[in-house]
Write a protein of this length. Sequence first.
Length: 333
Amino acid sequence: MPQLSWIGLGNMGRIEALISVRACGPTRADISVQGMIRNIVAKANLEAPPVVFNRSVQRSEELQTSLGGPDKLSIAGSIEDAVSQSDVIFTSLAGDASVVEVIDKALGCPNGVKDKLFVETSTILPSTTNALAEKVRSAGGEFVAAPVFGAPAMADSGKLVVVLAGPSAAVDRVTPYCEGIIGRATIILRDRDPGTATLLKVTGNTFVLAMVEALAEGHVFAEKSGLGPHVLHSFIEAMFPGPVTAYSARMMGGDYMRDQPLFSVDLARKDANHALNLAEGAGVDLKIVKVVRAHLEELRTEAGPTGDLPGQLTMCPRIYGVVRKESGLDFSN
């Protein structure tokens, strides 16, 4: 049975780790490794407990304890050791440099990576994705890009959207892990360059950025015009149920008291910069993304690098506060 590995523990690849799991049934992957592991343990027919390697041993130990101990999760001593015993290696990290560093370390395994499949789920540039694919193939391995759409809550509930791009045979090795346990849908770009998947991911993330900007401006407009944020929120609930409503609720003071942000400002800035760089190369002017990037720069000044994109001021300052401030209101409400 295949031995699966996962590099990147935490929401949106916030904390780097490697998880490997031996499965004799279909398993799935996720941007929230804790959500992914819980789904694997609960739903997959495991032949052996998952193996986790994390730079922070404490975080590995906490996850192990939460899952029920060593019978449910074991801890490896190094990335090289975990990768050397794996057939399929998933990576989910915060940015291009981190992914390159981890893949280089994985390719340095003593036994090599011949016939091993690397499945890269991070939000990185298509050029980085394609360069990594070539590097892995040159070492005798295979590579598929598999970025995912969905917040950590969607990862926990197994409702992510997975995008796959790469050689057909390699994609076929990944599809059994993408729908039904961690994902609700899979977009397959068979025999396309792996970078096509990350291009879609970066493009899709501009919709999230634009949505947050539109919501922030709409709520400030509703407040200053006398309409009232709650009236606007009622419209949003009726017209745009789902993520739009959830973001709107958080702007109004809902779920924001977190130790870690759902979507930190530095990750959002990285995504915006990737999109703008790609658009410039294609001769497209993404005006909304430029506005969002400017607000993100101001938000970072107010909140620091981990400020949450839509969150409240108290724990995770928000882009909503930036728009409020520009309109003559207090940064926090």
